[in-house]
Every structure is written in C-alpha cells, then in structure tokens.
Design a protein around this ligand. Sequence first.
Ligand SMILES: Cc1ncc(COP(=O)(O)O)c(C=O)c1O
Length: 427
Amino acid sequence: MFRRKLSTTTSRLTSSLKATLQKDVNYQVTTYARPNDLCVTRGLNAKLYDDINNKEYIDFTAGIAVTALGHSNPQVSKILAEQSKKLIHSSNLYYTAESLELSAKIIEKTKQFGGQHDASRVFLCNSGTEANEAALKFAKKHGITINPKKQGLVAFQNSFHGRTMGALSVTWNAKYRTPFGDLIPHVSFLNLNDELTVLQNFIREKKDELAGLIVEPVQGEGGIFPVPEEKLIGLKQICQENDVMVIYDEIQCGLGRTGKLWAHAHLPKEAHPDIFTAAKALGNGFPIAATIVNEKVNNSLKVGDHGTTYGGNPLGCAVSKYVMDTLAKEDFLQQVQRKADLFTKRLTQIQRRFPHHIKDVRGKGLMIGAEFVEPPAELVKKARELGLLVITAGKSTVRFVPALTIEDEVIEEGLNIFEKAVESVYA
Ligand SMILES: Cc1ncc(COP(=O)(O)O)c(C=O)c1O
C-alpha cells in the first residue's frame, strides 16, 4: 500500500532555504513550543522526513492521533485529487452527495460495529473543538427546552475538549482556561476517581440545572486514562434518569484507535451516549469532524440553531467515506489490537528495567501512555535526536498514538530507539 516512491525535494532545499525558514518563524504567533531543528517536509505511513535537515523519523505521534491510515496514504491522495476536480465546496445551502453519503455511512457503521445503538443524525464540521461546540450547544438546547435553568455541564478532571470558548470551558487544565477570563458559566468538574455514588449524587442533586455531561472514554491529553467501564455505565444511568445528555468525546480515542470502531463500542448498550464527537482520524489529516446525536437530541433542534460554512465539504467527506470503509472492518480492528499488544509487551519490559523512572504503562488499543516519575521533556528530546517522535500527555506521561497501519518492524525499530533514549537519559 505504501510502496509508492515519493519524489524527493531534497535537491531544492538548500541551506539558503533553511535560513529563510528560520527567519519566517517570526511570522507566526507564539502559541507553540516547537523544536527549531525540525521542519517536516513529507511523510510515508509511520515515518516523517525532514529534507531540510536531512533526517528520517519514526513517527509515534501520527499528527496527534490523526493520520490513522498513515502519512501520504495513496488512496487518500487519489480521492482528494479526483474530488477536487469535481467539487471542493458549495456550502450548506444545498445538499451534496458526498455529505449525505458520509452521514449515512457514519450512522450505519456505528450501529453495525457496536457503537451508539440509537445514533440517528450527524452534524458535520471541521475540527474537534467545533464538534464539541456543537455537542455542548445541542445538549444545552435540549435542557433549556425542558426548563430554562437546565443548562449546566458536568466535565471531569484531566479532560481536554478543545480550545474554543465552549470546549475550553469544559477542559480541565487551568493553564489553558484562566488566561481568557470569563468562559461559559455553570460548568462543574468532577473527579473520575471519586466513588460512583458520589458522582451520581451530584448529578441527582443538580438535575434541574444540568443539561449535559461530557467525558472522553479514554482521556487523552490529560495523561491517557481509560475511564473504568462501570463508571461510564453508572454515569449514563443517572444521566438518563435525570434527562442529562451524555456526550462522549471520541475525538482522540475513536475511529479504531482502541481496537473497536468507537471506544464506547467496548461498553454495553445501556452506557451508549446521547451525543458523541469524532474528528482527527476522520479525515486522516484533512480537517473534518462530526457530532452524532440520537433522535431525542435532534428533536430539540430547529433550523438555524447551528451552522458552518465549510462543514461537510465534499473534499473532506470523500476522504472520510474511505476512512470509515477502511477502519470499519473486523480484520482491520483486530490488527490494531495485535499491534497494541506488541507495544504494551515491550513497554512493560522497558518499565521493568527502569522501575524507578517509569511508574505505569496503560492505555487501550493503540492509545498508550508510559507514565514517568518526572516530566519527560528531556526524554522526548533525546528520542527525537535518535530519530523517534513521541509526545507527552498530562504532566509526566509519554504518549504513543501511531498510525494504525504502522508496520510491525517499525514498531520494533521505534521502541528500540525509545529504550535507547530511556537508557541515555536515566541509566
Ligand atoms: C479528546 C479531544 N477533544 C477535542 C480535541 C480538540 O480537537 P481539535 O484540535 O481538532 O480542535 C482534541 C485534540 O487534541 C482531543 O484530543
């Protein structure tokens, strides 16, 4: 699948270009901390190349859990090229075949592969944070329709739901929230480590003021914490009894990453959400996202309640149809779990070698975290120097979210580098 030889741009990328790029960094706002010895020029499945600095990297980040089907996936490129010649954009003023087909596919495959049993409608948009904005608005609309005071939201410690004002309001990390003054009101952060009855009592007591509860079935940015199934089952039960809409944010953990099409497909039907959100892997790198709701939620929505100019554009939808068809296959999902086992087995061995530095190895499918005793910034840097890209999650966890199509030998090669980096920093 990835045998296509990429035309290399190396020859054109001279040292003068390097100098120009170094100057150009001053034209972007200073919201990111990026290494200044790396400029990505191309990718191929689970590898990234920096032709400017002449480096090849094994990529365990997949663009932060986005390129599930690999960088430069030839089929994705072909679909984008072909669709771009037919229609790129026409807005949501009119139907397009691509967005109708994608919406139907999301609903049908979700039900077929054990996801939300009453999924019925899709809102298409462009990014994870936007999908969550829609989810929060829809939950609030449902609550307000019952009672104008029923508009509060429950979120959880360690959550991450995005950077726009609504999604940010339900994001736990105070560092992201507090510089921006007033966010949306009536948000309560609960602790998933509390007893289920404590969480349930809170929701029962506040039921007349609560519209929705938002949770990632596997918390990603917060540090890779799979939420125990009995918690999700109990939370859904109490929410259902009190007409509080349950939103699962599957932006990072969805779309095959945990070895099922959706992370909530590991749960029994009674714990399925009222609303769930998807993004990242949905376009394999082309920006597209979706908010999926049941009929109950849809019934409280009216024309004009929400909208977007680009959402559901034919280019993104054409790619997403292919992504859905590829991921939603039993054999594809099984190989994710097999590869996940390779990762966890080896990471556990590394943990045994360095028990004073690595506290825990945990995760679900190919969403894995190795928690260190101290923030692993130096380790991430060392790994990069040795040719491996990894990212952190939470304060002290190294996160592994590679392409789901990563080859076994690349997993091994990458983990060899990781072990070497750990050795070099901690031995
Ligand atoms: C669980 C979760 N929700 C929401 C988002 C926000 O998505 P985006 O960056 O596409 O807005 C992310 C991004 O990392 C995420 O991991």
